[in-house]
Ligand binder design. Structure first.
Ligand code: AMP
Length: 618
């Protein structure tokens, strides 16, 4: 609904065009952008210096909150009340961040390892969603001040590897900040849109997006077909970035000046000063050949070749990740048509040349690498606002989604790498006579047994009318929307009882966890297959036993006592085998029972047909 507002600058009343903004909610910096008359703008602060809002939140003694540059300044003076890198905690449990706590200067609360992390500041507890909401609120206030109009709709970007919980957490943060999050878009998708790649329906490409920021590195391979973006693969390192370049320069200077090293190790304040010098050196070396300065009388000098040899091993790690991403996508470097550079650290010339060399082509680096994701989000927002040709952005599920079936087996409904949005249905039935309730437990992962996968949630479909096992027809639908939020619907078709639940996973999952789950599934493939085979044999035995019992009851009159006794004995053997762990024994017992009962079943069928024909006219 368009509304009206007063343009204070012009003093005119004008129509609010229902502006949708694009937001890059980053680990180190965030920014907001919008599109007007076909041009994208990243919104700068009041003094017009920078569009980057440091993703830092500071809590003042009086309960007030600072966000951005002012909060960043408090990182050194008051670290306990200053929160940074909150994006790393989105949708995560304490269990997920265990071992990394010391990386955060603030207090992360361990209440219950399975529940979502909380951050303690003074006597209050904050969730990562609440903290991210503060950053989003600051961005909203910034653009509202600049455009002098209220803003309530946004497109927010997330890393391609974010799972459902992390996407949901990002949406929730938007909601808390008073923003209607129309879409969650993958960062590499946004970067490619910023370069106009994928905007036209006949634009079919395969591209690589190389994103090296301050503390994280991601490489994504995307395929774009008829305006549809598909993430073919992602790789990266959540603890690799420009900060490591700075550290390498610091170490280099300390090695050259043992006296400086002693001083740094003794006092704290100087280490920060040296870090700032190292970052300044790195930035200057993106433009010049040498950096020279002093710190407390110590000469600090570094040449570009020296710097380049320091960062070479770090760069090599990013190139190795590119190679893995290509391999996962089943492609080679020659298949990539465009390479897009994202993140402040791609300003380092050696980064660009190493990536260009690896892919064998020039990289896209004309847009500001800090702004490119937000600008792309603004373009997507403009498309959603109906100002551009329609674009459908699709992604893939990073891990398989499925439900638990009898015996603890994982039944995959939406396999890993499925395109989303997706709606998939499958039919199930009961395993026990008269079963009135059915538990639907949803899991994420690649292993064959649910106990090795991640539980996402469960619910019980109640009120199934009592029927013999195998008779109810229960349809389970998985509906995964474009933002990766999963709705699970269960419906018993005979009675019409139905239930639908939206899955909010209890805790998140990191990129490493995801990689580990994939590796685990490969390493345990053999035992998983064996376990699955045993469980499947047991399940089959169970249904054969139920069917046999029913068969005997219904057709008793047709069989001699010997025949009945023989079937009962064979069924007993099968029941005994099913208690054991030898699947071959189970299958053998099943075969024996089937072989013996097949002619009897045939006889029963003929008798039943004859009986049925008696009463009907032909
Ligand atoms: P981001 O997380 O994308 O904001 O990236 C910030 C990183 O980019 C920090 O490590 C900065 O030091 C680095 N950076 C910013 N400007 C330059 C530059 N001119 N040359 C090299 N690195 C830079």
């Amino acid at each position: 609904m368009p509304s009206f507002s007063i343009d204070l600058k012009e003093g005119k009343l004008h129509k609010d065009t229902d502006l949708i903004v694009g937001i890059d909610l980053g680990t180190t910096n965030s920014l907001v952008a919008y599109m007007k008359e076909g041009t994208t703008h990243a919104v700068k602060d009041r003094d017009g210096k920078s569009p980057l809002v440091p993703s830092v939140i500071h809590f003042l003694p009086d309960g007030g909150i600072l966000v951005g540059d002012e909060a960043k300044a408090k990182l050194i003076t008051d670290p306990q009340h200053t929160i940074y890198s909150v994006k790393r905690l989105m949708g995560k449990s304490y269990h997920d961040v265990e071992g990394f706590e010391q990386y955060f200067g603030y207090q992360i609360i361990d209440e219950d390892t399975e529940s979502l992390v909380k951050i303690r500041v003074n006597d209050r507890f904050y969730t990562p969603v609440e903290l991210s909401a503060e950053i989003l609120r600051a961005l909203k206030a910034r653009i509202e001040a600049v455009l002098e109009q209220p803003v309530s709709k946004a497109v927010i970007t997330v890393p391609a590897y974010f799972n459902d919980a992390q996407r949901q957490a990002t949406r929730d943060a938007g909601k808390l900040a008073g923003l209607d999050v129309l879409r969650i878009v993958n960062e590499p998708t946004a970067a490619s849109l910023a370069y106009g790649i994928g905007l036209h329906p006949d634009d079919n490409q395969t591209i690589a997006v190389y994103d090296l920021g301050g503390g994280t590195f991601d490489i994504s391979i995307l395929r774009i077909q008829e305006g549809i973006f598909e993430v073919l693969s992602t790789h990266g390192d959540t603890f690799l970035g420009g900060d490591d370049f700075d550290r390498a320069v610091m170490d280099f200077w300390m090695e050259q000046n043992p006296a400086l090293k002693t001083q740094i190790e003794a006092g704290k304040g100087m280490s920060q000063a040296l870090r700032l010098r190292a970052e300044a050196a790195k930035k200057q070396l993106s433009r010049s050949d040498v950096f020279e300065d002093t710190l407390d009388g110590f000469p600090l000098r570094i040449s570009r070749p020296q710097f380049e040899s320091l960062i070479q091993p770090l760069l090599q790690r990013t190139i190795d990740a590119c190679r893995k991403a290509l391999r996962d996508a089943g492609l080679s470097a020659a298949d990539i048509q465009h390479v897009i550079m994202v993140g402040g650290s791609t300003r380092t010339p050696l980064v660009k040349s190493a990536v260009a060399e690896f892919f064998g082509r020039e990289v896209y680096d004309k847009l500001n690498p800090d702004e490119v994701v937000a600008l792309g989000a603004a373009i997507q927002a403009d498309v959603l606002a109906g100002n551009q040709k329609d674009l459908l952005l699709i992604d893939i599920t990073p891990l398989s989604l499925g439900i638990e079936t009898v015996g603890g087996l994982m039944d995959v409904i939406l396999p890993r790498n499925s395109k989303i949005p997706a709606k998939v249905g499958r039919s199930y039935t009961t395993s026990v006579d008269g079963q009135r309730n059915l538990k639907v437990a949803v899991y994420q992962g690649e292993r064959d047994l649910v106990e090795h996968n991640r539980p996402l949630g469960e619910f019980i479909l109640r009120g199934i009318p009592p029927m013999p096992a195998g008779l109810p027809k229960i349809e389970i639908h998985f509906i995964l929307d474009a933002d990766g939020i999963l709705r699970v619907r269960a419906k018993e078709l005979r009675s019409g009882v139905e239930q639908e639940v939206e899955m909010r996973s209890q805790y998140g999952i990191s990129e490493e966890d995801m990689a580990r789950m994939l590796i685990d599934s490969i390493q345990h493939a053999k035992e998983d297959v064996a376990a699955r085979a045993l469980l499947e044999a047991r399940n089959e035995a169970q249904s054969v036993l139920i069917a046999t019992e029913r068969f005997l009851q219904q057709n008793e009159a047709l069989f001699t006592p010997d025949e009945s006794a023989r079937i009962t004995a064979l069924a007993g053997d099968l029941a005994a085998a099913a208690q054991g762990t030898d699947k071959d024994l189970i299958n053998k017992a099943m075969e024996d029972l089937n072989t013996y009962s097949a002619p009897l079943a045939h006889r029963a069928l003929e008798a039943n047909v004859a009986q049925a024909l008696k009463g009907s006219k032909l």
